[in-house]
Design a protein around this ligand. Structure first.
Ligand code: FAQ
Length: 328
């Protein structure tokens, strides 16, 4: 590297650092450190993959929803998740990667998606537990991401968070209805909460002292709070909500700590978390296989869309429009 290049890079770096320090946004055409770009692509890809893989556990219940109203709500929610995936893939593309590339990496098992979606949805109450706990955890994690230093990611999060709030409420209302229903319905709701509580706490990632990326991501203002901080916030939010639901959170060590101003909670099974990350969760294989086959079966739709776009580009270049479409 010549002295002039070093000097130019140092100046770019100073502008980047000053922008982050001033809480202003980094935009796609701005200079950014390679590692900042790589971290964002890693996190945003993982996030986008989670949204589309996350459609599977709930989609499992669309055909068996207990009423037309519940079916319509669930279909809208699952479609929203697809939309979130699209916003996030588009935002990731502004960093110089493509959606195809990211999907290839997901299908090859080279990029992650959230651990939570490797658990099965065994009963209808699981749809409620996912809305209340999984969407609730997602919102707790994602509201601060609306202030992320990277503009396209932060802006995508604003809309996603609004939609996630609707999802969280539908799950809460569903669980409340079951909890106040027959004894069997109440028991079903409690069983779902028992199974989803601990995996939901794992969504926030490993404890702070084992989180490989947190310190750097917080310095770059990609992450605004640590994994443990957000996990504690989530527990504090859930405790009073569980009381209103008339359901018990499955943790005998859960109690308010006056000194810390937070709830204390029992130990999380990090071995289970690591096993799920290694691909050994209850549904890892099924989720990836389903995703790969959906992608293969959708090839004709992508081909048709690409051919249509190409036809329009060619027409624009030649100044000639298909007469049938011109009169349509
Ligand atoms: N699952 O150093 P950290 C949703 C990995 S969206 C799998 O702490 P970081 C909506 C991590 O990648 C849910 N892997 O990492 C919905 C890293 O491995 P790597 C998704 C995890 O990035 C609702 C290693 O462990 N939300 O639910 C997990 O600083 C209902 C070390 O970890 C987001 O993605 C995990 N839970 O912090 C959809 C939000 N945790 O990459 C359908 C954005 C950690 O070095 C239905 N992401 N790992 O190989 C984030 O905020 C962060 O990426 C964290 C992890 C907080 C998840």
């Amino acid at each position: 590297m010549t002295a002039v290049t070093v000097d130019t890079t140092a100046r770019y770096e100073a502008v980047f650092d000053a922008t982050v320090a001033a809480d202003e946004r980094i935009e796609p055409r701005d200079w950014m450190p390679d590692a900042y770009r790589a971290t964002l692509i890693r996190q945003m890809a993982q996030h986008a993959h989670s949204e589309i893989i996350g459609m599977q556990p709930e989609a499992n219940w669309i055909t068996r929803a207990p009423s037309l109203r519940r079916k319509a709500i669930l279909m809208a929610k699952v479609q929203d998740e697809a939309g979130h995936g699209l916003y996030l893939y588009s935002a990731a593309e502004t960093l110089g990667t493509s959606r195809e590339e990211l999907l290839d990496k997901l299908h090859a098992g080279r990029q992650r998606y959230s651990s939570i979606f490797n658990y099965p949805t065994l009963t209808w109450a699981d749809v409620g537990a996912i809305g209340w706990l999984v969407d609730g955890a997602a919102i707790t994690n994602q509201v601060p991401l609306c202030r992320c230093s990277y503009g396209p990611y932060a802006r995508a999060m604003v809309r996603i968070c609004k939609e996630e709030s609707f999802h969280q409420r539908q799950g809460y209302e569903l669980l409340l209805t079951l909890s106040r229903g027959t004894p069997a319905q109440h028991e079903m709701a409690q069983d779902a909460v028992n199974r989803w509580w601990w995996p939901s706490l794992m969504m926030f990632g490993p404890p702070d002292d084992e989180s490989a990326h947190s310190a750097q991501s917080m310095a770059w203002k990609i992450k605004r709070h640590s994994n443990d901080e957000l996990r504690r916030r989530f527990v504090d939010i859930c405790v009073p909500q569980a009381k209103v639901l008339g359901l018990t959170l499955p943790d005998p060590d859960l109690r308010w700590n006056e000194e810390r101003g937070h709830h204390d909670f029992g130990p999380i099974d990090w071995t289970e978390f690591q096993e799920v990350l290694k691909g050994n969760g209850p549904c890892n294989e099924q989720r990836l296989a389903q995703r790969r086959s959906a992608h293969e079966e959708g090839a004709w739709v992508r081909d048709a869309a690409a051919a249509y776009a190409e036809k329009h580009r060619a027409e624009e270049r030649s100044g000639h429009q298909d007469p049938q479409e011109a009169t349509a």
